[in-house]
Design a protein around this ligand. Structure first.
Ligand code: HEM
Length: 508
């Protein structure tokens, strides 16, 4: 009897393994997956770029990694462009994963970031139209950014101990303020930003005590750090069982709920001030005005869009600026050269404007360089620039199943594309031709931190203004160096966040 049971169980196991490999065989070949758990054991969830760098080198430019759900990675620029631009419509969707919808989406298929199909198209189109109306990429929004940056510069100037300045928090407030003002029409001062502070602190405390027991901003880190979440995505039943429910989805849902409270409160309050007679001056009012005439626009999507913009638009830009400060602290010569150019073009007192970028960057393409450098460090989104096939088209000879995650591995591309010679070096001049002035279009074209194609970043115009004016204004006013006795620590934390550290700032 026991022998029969054993043979039965073994046969079932063999059958399940054969089925599993039939399933994995439908995807582009990559590192050999183990039965059922795929590449889970060899995937570093705290530093995915390390695993992906290894896999990228050992596999063709399109391969699959199973964590355990299949992720198809594309690591070659021409292929990324072919998929996301030439076949843009096929790659414009996001995978529908119920577990993720339940755990972290504001509502299923709502907003811009994680929605698909007609709803995504309408939310994205409307959001972009509103931002353009407010002057994204033009002077109006630039003025708003400039004024937030002026507050930040003032904040740094008033810091008592200039040998030990943590620029992280002022940058965070500055960037959050820009989004806050765009969405809700008001801004905090650095000395009076209690609600914003409370929001961040609450989230931090909540995360620290009841959810992750780690440091602030760990929400994003833990998203990718959590093998349990990935297991839940592969085996949704785990998100229903009493013991595994909390780890696979519950804690993410709880953290996201807390974060979204801030959004819901602000949207509701802003809506109360809406007056149909007045010209909208913030995103919420402009969206509300359009709700009258567009069936896709409703309150749930409004909440979701604001949540997306807040999350996608603050952490990315703040992290970029924090890295910039560290990188310039570590590269005094480059910093000095750039400051000389800023002073020559802008002077010491006039606020920096976007129009200055051409004059400055023709000689020193730091913005382009910075984007490039940023890629070496981290940006979780870069590693998750993803889409899905709409309807199983054939790509590179593979008929990839519908709803598969497809990642353009921008990080890998920037670190391994042969056009970037010695990619780890901070060498802004790499973007210039021999004449030292003309931009090298081949490099600029392949520098794609905002991704490309139909799902490319909707906030790129705003982010470029924030980054250019943010860096140029800081260096216009301050010399940045490591705190006395220290060196700038450029080794990234989990998920390539910069490590928390103080810097020395001196007025120039
Ligand atoms: C340095 C700053 C930023 C970087 C590096 C960045 C990068 C990215 C990347 C790589 C994507 C994914 C594109 C894809 O799926 O192919 C994305 C999407 C997005 N970003 Fe950004 N972003 C930045 C700033 C911003 C800002 C300031 C905003 C808002 C004002 C924003 C809003 C969005 C939204 C809404 C999406 C989703 C677009 C869609 O799915 O259609 N981002 N971003």
């Amino acid at each position: 009897m026991l022998a029969v049971l054993l043979i039965g169980a073994l046969s079932l196991l063999v059958y399940a393994i054969i089925r599993y490999y039939t399933f994995t065989g439908r995807y582009p070949k990559g590192p050999l997956p183990l039965p059922f758990i795929g590449n889970l054991l060899e995937y570093e969830f705290k530093a995915p770029h390390k695993s992906l760098a290894k896999f990228g080198k050992e596999n063709p430019p399109i391969y699959t990694v199973f964590t355990p759900i299949p992720f198809v990675q594309i690591t070659d620029f021409a292929l990324i462009r072919e998929a996301f631009v030439d076949k843009g419509d096929d790659f414009a969707g996001r995978p529908t994963v119920k577990v993720l919808d339940d755990a972290i989406a504001f509502a299923p298929n709502a907003g811009v970031l994680s929605s698909s199909g007609d709803n995504w198209r309408e939310q994205r189109r409307t959001s972009l139209m509103i931002l353009k109306d407010f002057g994204m990429g033009r002077n109006l929004m630039e003025e708003q950014v400039r004024s937030s940056i002026a507050n930040y510069i003032e904040r740094l100037s008033n810091t008592a101990d200039k040998d030990h300045v943590d620029v992280g928090w002022p940058i965070q407030v500055m960037v959050a303020n820009i989004i806050n003002e765009t969405l809700f029409g008001y801004r905090y001062t650095h000395d009076n930003c209690q609600p914003l502070l409370r929001f961040v602190e609450d989230t931090k405390k909540f995360i620290a005590t009841s959810v992750f027991r780690e440091s602030p901003l760990q929400f994003f880190e833990n998203l990718s750090d959590s093998k349990a979440l990935f297991l839940g995505m592969m085996f949704p039943v785990l998100t229903k069982l009493p013991i595994t429910k909390w780890h696979t989805s519950g804690r993410f849902k709880a953290a996201m709920g807390k974060i979204n409270e801030y959004i819901v409160d602000n949207v509701d309050r802003t809506l109360k001030e809406y007056d149909v007679e007045n010209e909208p001056t913030c995103f919420v009012h402009a969206y509300k005005q359009r709700m009258e005439h567009n069936e896709f626009l409703d309150q749930t999507n409004l909440y979701a869009c604001c949540s997306d913009f807040f999350l996608a638009g603050t952490e990315t830009t703040a992290t970029t600026l924090k890295w910039a400060m560290l990188i310039f602290a570590a590269h005094q010569e480059a910093q000095e050269k750039l400051r000389c150019e800023i002073h020559a073009v802008v002077g010491k007192d006039r606020p920096v404007a976007m129009a200055d970028q051409t004059s400055v960057s023709n000689r020193f393409v730091f913005f382009k360089c910075h984007e490039k450098y940023m890629n070496f460090f981290r940006c979780p989104k870069l590693e998750l620039a993803s889409s899905r096939f709409n309807d199983s088209p054939t790509f590179w000879g593979y008929k990839i199943p519908k709803d598969t995650w497809i990642n353009a591995d921008i990080h890998y591309l920037m670190a391994n594309d042969p056009v970037f010679v010695n990619p780890e070096e901070f060498r802004p001049e790499r973007y210039l031709m021999e004449d030292g002035k003309t931009l090298r279009k081949d490099l600029v074209e392949r520098t794609i931190p905002f991704s490309i194609g139909k799902r490319a970043c909707t906030g790129e115009g705003l982010a470029r203004v924030e980054i250019f004016i943010g860096i140029a204004s800081t260096l216009q006013h301050f010399k940045i160096s490591p705190s006395p006795g220290m060196t700038a620590d450029l080794i990234p934390e989990t998920m390539r966040f910069p490590r928390q550290q103080t810097l020395k700032i001196e007025s120039v």
